[in-house]
Design a protein around this ligand. Sequence first.
Ligand SMILES: [Zn+2]
Length: 250
Amino acid sequence: MDKLLTAERPAALCPDLAPQAELAVLTRVLYRLGYRDHTFGHITYKQPDGTFLVTPFELEWDEVTPADIMRMDADGNTLEGQWTITPAIVLHTELHKARPDILVAAHNHPPYGTIYTAAGRIPPAYDQTSAMAASDDIVLFNDYVGNVSAVDAARANVAAVGDKNLALLANHGVLVLGSSIASAYFRCSTLEWRCRLAWHYWPVPVAYCWETNGVHVYLVAPYTRVKNYIGTPYCIDSCIAIYGGVGCNP
Ligand SMILES: [Zn+2]
C-alpha cells in the first residue's frame, strides 16, 4: 500500500494543501463513503509540533471546511478553533500516546462496518479490494462498552488495538489509523468496502454438515461460500438448525 501511495506520478493528483485543508478534504471524502453518522465521528491529525488538528463536534463531515478545524494539545485541551471538541476525544488522546507512529486516527459509525461490530465478527475478504483491508491488520474489540469519554475504557480499547490499524468496536463503530492522510483514507475506504461486499454476499444460510452415517452437503449458495464458512460459528449454527444438532466437519 505504501508503494501505491508514494509512487511518483507525472502530474500531481492533488495540490499542496494546508494541514487543515487536508483534514477537511478527508472528512468530506469519507462522508461520501458512508462515514456520516450525524456529528458523532471524529478525526485527529498529529502535527510536527506535537499538537493535533481535530474535527469539530458540531458539524457533519460534509460541512467541514479548513476554517472549522480545531487544534488541541496531547491531552485534548482546545488551543484553537471556534467550535468544541468531542468528549470522546479521550479515545484519540490515549491512542496517540500509545502509538507515536500514528498521525491520523478516524472514528465513525459507517453502516456496513457497524453491522459487523453488531455481529461481533470480522467479515471475510471476498475480493482484492477487500483484501487491502488486511485480515491481519483488523482487530475485533468485543469488550467495547461504549463509554466514549472514560479514560479506562479508552485505554482498554487502545490496548486491544495493539499494533493494528483497523478496529471494529463491538456494537459501536470503527477506528481506523494511518501514518498519513492518504493511508487513513485508504484504510477507511477498503474496510467499509470489505464489510459492504461481505454483507451483500452473505444473505443466504449455508451449511456443510457431517453425521455419523455419512456426509451431508447442503448447498444453497456457491461452494466458495460454503468453503469459507466451514468450521465457523455461523456454519455450526446452520448445521444445528438444519440437521438438529449434528457436528460440523471442517
Ligand atoms: Zn462512536
